[in-house]
Design a protein around this ligand. Structure first.
Ligand code: RP5
Length: 161
């Protein structure tokens, strides 16, 4: 497996599935696991500290509310960690975003947008990082982007819709 997709709860899966779908699109092998910073702290320590030696290249971590999972994962591994703020009920994910994005200097987490778009872009960004060492994968990403461009350019002007 090249990518680990972890999340604080099974309730995060409908969001984090968008990261998995993106990796599926590019044919990238990944694993998924519920790892909670608050409810299973020892599992988090074990998972993150063994990730590199197990062959993972990048970790996508999604959590909602007081979302410590991405930052704590980054504390236990030097692999790149991409944080996805899951949309919370009370504060619509603003709490998740601020919990993840404001890492103090010295331990990095790449923070994506709140919710489904952020999860999909985490998968895309993971693919782009891996593609720096994989020319065939880079071609797939170029094709994905070209298809989006072609779709937009083929649309009629808004007033003609
Ligand atoms: C966080 O608490 C999880 O990442 C999830 O987004 C949120 C709520 O979890 P559940 O109460 O649905 O298990 O740890």
């Amino acid at each position: 497996m090249l990518v680990g997709i972890i999340m604080g709860s099974t309730s995060d899966w409908p969001t984090m599935k968008h990261a998995a779908d993106m990796l599926d699109h590019f044919g990238i092998a990944y694993e998924t696991k519920v790892v909670s910073a608050h409810r299973t702290p020892q599992l988090l320590a074990d998972y993150a500290s063994s990730a590199a030696e197990r062959g993972l290249k990048i970790i996508i971590a999604g959590a909602g509310g007081a979302a410590h999972l991405p930052g704590m994962t980054a504390a236990f591994t030097s692999l790149p960690v991409l944080g996805v703020p899951v949309q919370s009920k009370a504060l619509k994910g603003l709490d998740s975003l601020l919990s993840i994005v404001q890492m103090p200097k010295g331990v990095a987490v790449g923070t994506l947008a709140i919710g489904d778009a952020g999860a999909a872009n985490a998968g895309l960004l993971a693919a782009q990082v891996l593609a720096t060492q994989d020319a065939a994968l880079m071609k797939k990403i170029d094709a994905f982007r070209q298809q989006q461009t072609d779709t937009v350019l083929s649309q009629p002007d808004p007033a003609e819709l």
